[in-house]
Design a binder for this molecule. Structure first.
Ligand code: DC
Length: 218
């Protein structure tokens, strides 16, 4: 039993999850947890170690040797791997290309889900990812599933200067057997294709209010 609340935001790549989570974190005084960065950090380290992302046994074995420290700085989640903050390397082309394979490994998910749940000991959180409403916090009433046109999502990554096959990642993330991307029970769907950042955030706040989230009094 925890006293803290979790808002779960799931959806495919570049659907606007991080942008929305950041806004909600500021407006509602929540710790923002980017769970994708945790999967990216493990991927970055395993690639550095020369582990084949498609060799599940090798991934699981190498994972056991890695020290992962998840923390919070200025209301944002941080992740350190063997004492190092990977920084911009988390969004490199190599990490983009291999993160789906690494995150399909059950041992990876088991370890990271446990670290993700630990955040609730620290305070109220808004956590974004692929399985937050379905696996990490299935009991939370506050769930949003974000989506946007595939073309809009690919363009967002290109505009950010990233080489990222978002559609290939979505296929892999939705098709895996452990904790696939899906609309969690009880999640409200928010399509951001026709929204500005501000109008999308307003729509999300209305959803959360409908789901019974009590807003802080300013
Ligand atoms: O949110 P993102 O695009 O930075 O996530 C990177 C990858 O991490 C994504 O393609 C799949 C994986 N991921 C996951 O499997 N489960 C999560 N809760 C978050 C991310």
């Amino acid at each position: 039993m925890t006293l803290h609340r979790a808002i779960a935001i799931d959806g495919p790549a570049a659907s606007g999850k991080s942008t929305l989570a950041r806004i909600l974190s500021r407006r509602l005084d929540l710790i923002m947890v980017n769970s994708g960065e945790m999967y990216r950090a493990v991927t970055w380290k395993l690639l550095q170690l020369g582990v084949d992302p498609h060799d599940r046994a090798a991934v699981a074995a190498a994972l056991r040797e890695i020290d992962l420290q998840c923390g919070v700085e200025d209301f944002n989640s941080t992740v350190r791997v063997d004492g190092v903050f990977p920084g911009d390397a988390l969004r490199s082309e190599a990490v983009n290309a291999h993160v789906s394979a690494i995150s399909a490994v059950p041992e990876v998910r088991e370890r990271l889900v446990s670290l993700q749940r630990d955040y609730l000991k620290l305070g109220d959180v808004v956590m974004e990812g692929r399985d937050i409403g379905s696996v990490v916090f299935p009991e939370t009433p506050y769930k949003i599933y974000m989506d946007a046109d595939p073309g809009v999502r690919s363009a967002r990554r290109e505009e950010a200067g990233e080489v990222d096959s978002v559609l290939a990642r979505d296929r892999a993330d939705s098709g895996r057997s452990t904790a696939p991307l899906k609309i969690a029970d009880g999640a409200a769907i928010l399509d951001t294709s026709g929204h500005t950042i501000e109008s999308g955030a307003e729509a999300a706040l209305e959803i959360l209010e409908r789901q019974g989230f009590s807003m802080p009094i300013r």
